[in-house]
Design a protein around this ligand. Structure first.
Ligand code: ATP
Ligand code: ZN
Length: 310
């Protein structure tokens, strides 16, 4: 399995009617069987985390530019960010724009950045919302988000998408509370994946901070074990991160002004499940036809009735 290349796995998924090409690398349509499984993964994560009493909120896949500016994202990942632009010109400029499009010429000068960017991780809209509510309640907060995320990293790899969905839980509280919560996800995430037949491995990881200064941030992140991933083979030589846990310490608490009841800067951490990646890992592990998957895996994902298997 791990010997197949990402590109050949993509070919298999297209041939099997699971994905559809869009014309741009890293952006694929999910066809019915794939979509049903990825929705089942989403629901599985929700069932798991609902037990914790997480507050559910859903934001659209755009985030105020101000939020991204405040978070430091543009210093760390300028290469991954996506900005939304709009036309704010005159009628004459609109005519010129259309003419340039017609001639297949560059029309970017008629585009102005608007107040929005594409959401880079599902948790970003949470921080300003929580900050605006004032000091945290006792025991902090736990918030469940799910969103399309955008990262400008085109590749011919079904596991490296430009637009994908992330289901996250965000824990905000005291340093002790947040540290304990993120540690609990090592065994909890491993067990959750085991319940759907995925034997994932925990690895200490780092984010792809941009540039030479960024490399030092990555080293620091690894040394302090601020990020770990649960990885599973999908395609290619190395296993792929399907769950990630990020401990931001007081970074976002500081940037957005989130305080505990005791007046300390809040710590934050998030657990994130990549819905497409977990789905791909399931197809890579159990086969391209859901009907052939082990009964207990289908039962755990509640896929039984939908595919005609009682
Ligand atoms: P933040 O800390 O800002 O919340 P994050 O660091 O949690 O973001 P990642 O850890 O990079 O974000 O990603 C979380 C999960 O999203 C990963 O475990 C993976 O499953 C999925 N993911 C990340 N990048 C991609 C991608 N390019 N294509 C598909 N899935 C992805
Ligand atoms: Zn996050």
């Amino acid at each position: 399995l791990s010997e197949r290349s990402p590109e050949s796995f993509l070919g298999e998924l297209l041939a099997a009617g699971l994905l559809a090409l869009s014309g741009v690398d890293g952006v694929y349509g999910r066809r019915e069987a794939f979509d049903r499984v990825s929705d089942a993964v989403d629901a599985l994560v929700l069932r798991e985390t609902a037990e914790d009493g997480a507050e559910l909120i859903r934001f659209p896949p755009v985030v105020p530019r101000r939020t991204i500016e405040k978070s430091g994202y543009l210093a760390s990942f300028p290469n991954l960010a996506g900005s939304v632009f709009g036309f704010e010109g005159t009628e004459g400029e609109a005519v010129e724009l259309a003419a340039r499009v017609q001639r297949q010429e560059d029309w970017s000068e008629f585009q102005t950045p608007i107040d929005l960017m594409l959401t880079p991780a599902a948790c970003y809209p949470v921080y300003p919302w929580v900050a605006a509510a004032g000091p945290l309640p006792e025991n902090g907060r736990l918030i469940d988000v799910q969103s399309y995320c955008f990262r400008h990293e085109p590749a011919r790899d079904p596991a490296r998408l430009q637009s994908f969905r992330m289901h996250e839980n965000v824990r905000i509280g005291s340093a002790d509370e947040v540290f304990a919560w993120k540690e609990s996800w090592i065994s909890r995430g491993t067990a959750l994946l085991a319940s759907i037949g995925l034997g994932a491995e925990k690895v200490v990881a780092s984010d792809p901070f941009f540039g030479r200064a960024g490399r030092m941030l990555s080293v620091n992140q690894v040394e302090q074990e601020l990020k770990f991933e649960l990885v599973h083979p999908i395609a290619g030589e190395k296993p792929t991160a399907i769950f990630s846990v990020n401990y931001h310490q007081d970074h976002f608490g500081h940037d957005f002004g989130i305080w505990t009841r005791e007046g300390e800067i809040a710590h934050t951490a998030c657990f994130g499940a990549g819905l497409e990646r977990v789905t791909l890992a399931l197809f890579a592990k159990h086969g391209i036809d859901v009907a052939d998957w082990p009964d207990d895996v289908r039962a755990c994902l509640q896929l039984n009735s939908a595919d005609g298997h009682p």
